[in-house]
Structure formats: structure tokens, C-alpha cells
Design a protein around this ligand. Structure first.
Ligand code: MIC
Ligand code: SF4
Length: 642
């Protein structure tokens, strides 16, 4: 029986485990990346491991999220990451050089290699045939130290593409179409491989838009074959030597095949507040728009912005609309400048922001009160933009331009002829903003520079055989890590200060949570389906740990968050009967006995002491995960095992 492309890469990197869906497997990791919002914590964790140099083929630290420096905190963190990168053998991409996923694709990604990154959109690398995973900071720290990355062997879904996109219909619409088909939980436990004849019509940036948004499906990762189009992209980056052709075997077996004819797609739009809330742009025509934001790791490539510039050329945006454009990298911005496209963008009235995540993570450019914002980003979770009552829609760059020019949601097909975009054969290569690490000898004497905002890691709490804790918070379905631990310009600077961050925990759902959790001492949180979807931020586990949360009981969990909970020593448990979710009430006192035997059997009994009821729970922890939980988290476990 043949193998899928992902199975081939897994096989070549398998350290332990059997490649049977549902089994735990361990993978050797070739490359890692971090960004600054998760990086500070990841490097603090790496330091505690006592390793003197990273053991990967390539590790890169990017500064792209916390770039508004309205106090000393972000600047201190940047300096900390820069100094630690230099000392421990990590390349450092300076602030302004671009968004981690865009720059990694341009300068470091290699087909067939494994990559983990402390950012959920790391699967963007699948656009050039990398097997790339988003992970918690601690898992990235372990991989930097040469340790394996543990995942559950995924099922394989193939999306079989035929046809060719029509003008004004884009790869982003393809991403929204698959979200419409599968929903934000449809990819959980699966790798999505994009194949079929239609693949040959998609360039690398278009493929990367699609693998980037595979994260919104909950997929373990997404991947495209590595072919002549990949070779051309790498050659344009001056890196043709790293090209290898990669494809699945013709007789590879998939658990599910989804057919999409690209030529039938229409411009699509995801409505507030979920990326799978997808309808056609046409169906919302005439809706007034206040703000348009173009950029993010989904849609900030040279191809995207050349199209935007061509559509804006000679036109001005309406006074009622505010338009921001954040290029994905210094390479993209300098090429836009060189060919004059930047002048067309500026002349249109757009505000050009720096090459960073910016508005996507609420780092500035929050919409006006109750404003309608059309964004080319990948997430429109409630409150993420920084304006709680804003209505954020996700669209393609073409649909974004149509709204900026007309002031309302408009089908971009009405913009007339799509100008022809000619992509250059060679990109402008300037790696001066990527700093190489010191050599091992010099590294020994280098100091790591720490600011006062770096606070102690929360104490680990080892699991005991019984627990008694209050149900302090009950939330619904599809709770994101943006609900659990919000981001944005005001809060993000405190990513290395868990005590400060804790005041905002669950702020979107219930601002009284932190106080109530502290008062309770030990507590339990209950959630619905797909609990913890979205960002890979381990802070969504570390902060609850700090506030005394011992377990989260949900109908189901998102992959990265479940791993982060275990790494923090918090138990993710699921209801055996999902309808039991309705039987537990916030404020009730809960308890569990014989926890260790229950973990072995995969069954635990939750006693609701207040209601006098018993509720069956299930768990399926591997031996390693049980040992981590018993030790009180991965750091404590690693220390115990050394
Ligand atoms: C996001 O898009 O939510 C982020 C900010 O990039 C996060 C990482 C973080 O929270 O720092 C992600 O996607 O993992
Ligand atoms: Fe940055 Fe937004 Fe991409 Fe996250 S999704 S890495 S915040 S651009």
C-alpha cells in the first residue's frame, strides 16, 4: 500500500510509536521557529533545560507580534530574545523583518523537513512541502534541545483540486470554502493534503495561504506536494539547492477525499465571530464597511500586495473607510517599493504599517465602536481586534480592496478587468535583518539580558490520587485561546509576567473569573466542543495553572491546547456522555477519587457533591502523559527524568 506525502515525511522522522491513527508517535524535528509573544516564555523554558546550544538543524527567533513599544516591556523582551538567540545558536530575525511564517517560507523552509513553531500558523510551511506544526512553547523548547515532538498519529484527508481559479476568486476563497465544508473542528485529528491537477495552477504564496488557514480547521497540519512550482519559488529566493520533489504515492490511501473544482468557487466571506461562518460576498452586498485591513501571515505575500496595488492604482479609497496594509516581510515591502507599487498603494490613501502581525493580533488599528472591519486575516474571534463590539469579517485581498473603494461589501468581480500580475523570476534578497548566532566559543561568555517584566514561572502542582475543587467557570462550544487568555496591545507585553496576565484570564467570557478562581484555591473549568481552538499560546494553560485550575472537562479539545494543558499539569478530561455537560452547574463543588487508577483505565468518576450526582468522564493519556501529569507538568517531569 502506498503512502501519503505526510506519511512519508513522518516515516522518515519517526523516533517512536506506530503510524496507526490515534497512536502516539514521536517525531525528530529538523527546524524550530518562535515569535516574540510566545518566544520569551519558550526561551525561559529552554534555559531551565541546561543545554548549551540548540540541537536542531536550524532554529529561528522572530520578532513580529509585540512591535508596539508603548512601554519598556516589549523592548526588553526583544533584547532578551536577541541575546539568548545569539548565545544558544539561534538565528534572530529583527523587528521589521517580517512575519515569522512569511519570512520562514522565504528564507529557511525546506521541502520534506519537519518544523515546529510556537505559533499555530506554523503549518504555512506546508505550502512548500514541509511537515510543519504549531506547538506550545515548551514543546518547541524541548525540540530545540534535541527532544522529539509527540503527536497523535493523524488520519489523512485529501482535498482533490480540479480546474483553475477565475479572476477575482482566490486561494483565500478556497480556504473559506473548505472551512465552510469542514467547520472549525472538521480537521481535528487529521492532516490535510492538497492534491490533484488543480494544484499545478496554484503558486507557492497561494498554497501557503491555504496551509496557513488549515489551522482554522483544527487540522494537525496541511501540506502541498513539492513540485516545479516549489522549485521556481525556491530558485527566486536563491535557494534552489534545497529543492526536492515530493508527492504522495499514486496508491496512497486517504480516510476521506474532498473534491473541489476551483473554477466553480465564488468570492467568500467569513462573518463574525468564527472563521467557518462563511457565506458568499454577493449575499452581503451593500453592508457598510468602516475599516479594511490587508496583511497577516495569510495574505501579505508579494503576489497578494501586487494585486492590491494594481487594483488601487489611480483610485482613492472612500473618506468613510480606513485602510491598512501590512506587508508580510521586508522583502515584500522593498520589492513593492522598487517596482512602484508602493506609490500606488500610498496614493490611494492607504496607511502602510510595518511588516508585522499588527492589527491581526490587536496590536493597534482596532476598529471604531461597533465598526465593521473587513480583514484578509485568518481569525475573527470576538474581541481579538481590540474592539469588543466590532464586527470582523475575513476576506481575500481582492474583496478587501473592493470594500475600501466602495465603502461597502462588494463582490470584487464588479471591479472590472483583473490587471495582469507578472511575478519576478528573482526576489530581492537581503538577509541583513537576520542575525546569525555567535560561534560556540564566543557564546560561552555572552550574557543573557533580562528586563524586570520577566517574572517567575508558575509553580507546578503534582497530581494526587484525589481532588476536590469548585467548578468556577462553565463555558460553551468553540472557546478559543483568545477567550481564555486574550491578546492585544495592552495585554501582550506581559507574556513573560504570568501574575499580571492572570487578571485578564477569561476576560471575554467573565471578568470575575480570576478573582473567583483565586478565592476557590483549586478549581475546575467546564467547556463544550473544541475547547481551546486557535492560538498555540501556552499562556492559556499557564495562567489557569497559576490561578489554581486543576482540570478542564469538555465535550472535546483542540489538539495544541490539550497538549499545553498536559504540559502545564492540568488534566483535560472529556464527558463520556456529552449531554452530561448540561448536568453540571457553575459554583458546584466537584471531586474525583482514585485518579491514578482512573487514568490507567481511561475512565474517571466525577462526583458533583452539591447536586449529589455522579458523572462518568473519559481520558486517554499515554504512559508519558500520565507521568507528566503526575509530576505536575512537562518541566517538572523533565527535571525528574534527568
Ligand atoms: C495568533 O494568531 O493568535 C497568534 C498570536 O499568532 C498566536 C500565538 C500567540 O498567541 O502568541 C498563535 O496563532 O499561535
Ligand atoms: Fe501574526 Fe496574525 Fe499570523 Fe498570528 S495569525 S502569526 S498574529 S499574522
Amino acid at each position: 500500500m502506498g503512502l501519503t506525502l505526510a506519511q512519508k515525511i513522518i516515516k522518515a522522522h519517526l523516533v517512536s510509536g506506530e503510524m496507526i491513527p490515534g497512536n502516539e508517535i514521536a517525531l525528530r524535528i529538523d527546524q524550530t521557529l518562535t515569535q516574540d509573544a510566545t518566544g520569551t516564555m519558550a526561551y525561559l523554558e529552554f534555559e531551565t533545560m541546561g543545554i548549551d546550544r540548540v540541537r536542531t538543524e536550524r532554529s529561528v527567533a522572530y520578532i513580529d507580534h509585540n512591535t508596539l513599544q508603548s512601554g519598556f516591556e516589549n523592548a526588553d523582551d526583544h533584547r532578551f530574545i536577541q541575546s539568548i538567540a545569539k548565545k544558544y545558536g539561534i538565528y534572530f530575525s529583527r523587528p521589521g523583518n517580517g512575519i515569522c511564517h512569511q519570512v520562514h517560507l522565504e528564507r529557511f523552509g525546506i521541502p520534506g523537513k519537519t518544523l515546529i513553531g510556537s505559533d499555530s500558523h506554523t503549518p504555512t510551511g506546508g505550502g512548500i512541502g514541509m511537515l510543519a506544526f504549531g506547538a506550545g512553547g515548551l514543546d518547541v523548547a524541548v525540540a530545540m534541545g534535541g527532544g522529539a515532538y509527540y503527536i497523535t498519529m493523524p488520519k489523512m484527508i485529501k482535498v482533490n483540486l480540479t480546474g483553475k481559479l477565475r479572476p477575482f476568486v482566490t486561494a483565500k476563497d478556497g480556504s473559506l470554502e473548505i472551512l465552510h465544508i469542514l467547520s472549525v473542528k472538521g480537521g481535528v485529528g487529521s492532516i490535510i493534503e492538497w492534491g490533484g491537477e488543480g494544484v499545478k495552477t496554484l503558486s507557492v504564496p497561494e498554497r501557503a495561504t491555504i496551509t496557513n488557514m488549515g489551522t482554522e480547521l483544527g487540522a494537525t497540519t496541511s501540506i502541498f506536494p513539492s513540485d516545479e512550482i516549489t522549485r521556481a519559488f525556491l530558485a527566486a529566493e536563491g535557494r534552489e539547492e534545497v529543492y526536492v520533489p515530493l508527492a504522495s504515492d499514486p496508491d496512497a490511501v486517504y480516510d476521506r477525499i474532498i473534491d473541489i473544482d476551483l473554477s466553480t468557487l465564488k468570492p467568500l466571506i467569513a462573518c463574525p465571530h468564527m472563521p467557518d461562518n462563511v457565506v458568499t460576498v454577493e449575499s452581503l452586498k451593500g453592508t457598510k464597511v468602516d475599516q479594511v485591513c490587508i496583511g497577516s501571515c495569510t495574505n501579505s505575500s508579494l503576489l497578494d500586495l501586487l494585486k492590491v496595488a494594481a487594483l488601487l492604482k489611480g483610485k482613492t479609497i472612500l473618506p468613510s473607510v480606513s485602510l491598512s496594509i501590512s506587508p508580510g516581510s521586508k522583502q515584500v515591502l522593498s520589492m513593492l517599493a522598487e517596482c512602484g507599487a508602493l506609490t500606488d498603494i500610498l496614493a490611494s490613501g492607504a496607511r502602510v504599517l510595518e511588516c508585522a502581525c499588527g492589527p491581526c493580533i490587536g496590536m493597534g488599528f482596532s476598529p471604531n465602536s461597533a465598526g465593521v472591519s473587513l480583514r484578509t486575516f485568518n481569525r475573527n474571534f470576538e474581541g481579538r481586534s481590540g474592539t469588543k463590539d466590532a464586527k470582523v469579517y475575513l476576506v481575500s485581498p481582492e474583496t478587501a480592496v473592493a470594500a475600501a473603494l466602495t465603502g461597502e461589501i462588494t463582490d470584487p468581480c464588479l471591479l472590472g478587468e483583473m490587471p495582469e500580475i507578472v511575478m519576478p523570476d528573482a526576489f530581492r534578497i537581503d538577509d541583513s535583518a537576520i542575525l546569525a548566532p555567535a560561534d560556540p566559543e564566543e557564546a560561552k561568555s555572552l550574557e543573557v539580558l533580562r528586563g524586570p517584566n520577566i517574572k517567575k514561572f508558575p509553580d507546578s502542582v503534582a497530581w494526587e490520587d484525589s481532588v476536590r475543587a469548585e467548578l468556577v467557570l462553565k463555558v460553551g462550544d468553540n472557546i478559543t485561546t483568545d477567550h481564555i487568555m486574550p491578546a492585544g496591545a495592552k495585554i501582550l507585553p506581559y507574556r513573560s509576567n504570568i501574575p499580571h496576565l492572570s487578571q485578564y484570564c477569561f476576560g471575554v467570557c467573565d471578568a470575575t473569573f480570576p478573582e473567583r478562581a483565586k478565592a476557590a484555591g483549586q478549581s475546575i473549568v467546564v467547556g463544550g466542543v473544541n475547547y481551546g481552538q486557535g492560538s498555540s499560546r501556552e499562556h492559556a494553560a499557564l495562567v489557569p495553572l497559576y490561578l489554581g485550575v486543576r482540570a478542564v472537562i469538555a465535550k472535546s479539545f483542540a489538539r495544541i491546547h490539550a497538549a499545553n494543558l498536559i504540559n502545564a499539569g492540568i488534566m483535560p478530561l472529556t464527558f463520556e456522555n456529552p449531554e452530561d455537560y448540561d448536568r453540571v452547574e457553575q459554583g458546584h463543588m466537584l471531586s474525583m477519587k482514585n485518579v491514578f487508577a482512573g487514568m490507567d483505565e481511561g475512565k474517571l468518576v466525577l462526583v458533583d457533591e452539591t447536586a449529589g450526582t455522579e458523572i462518568p468522564l473519559v481520558c486517554s493519556f499515554t504512559e508519558r502523559q500520565k507521568a507528566i501529569l503526575k509530576a505536575g507538568g512537562l518541566l517538572a517531569y523533565t527535571k525528574e527524568s534527568n
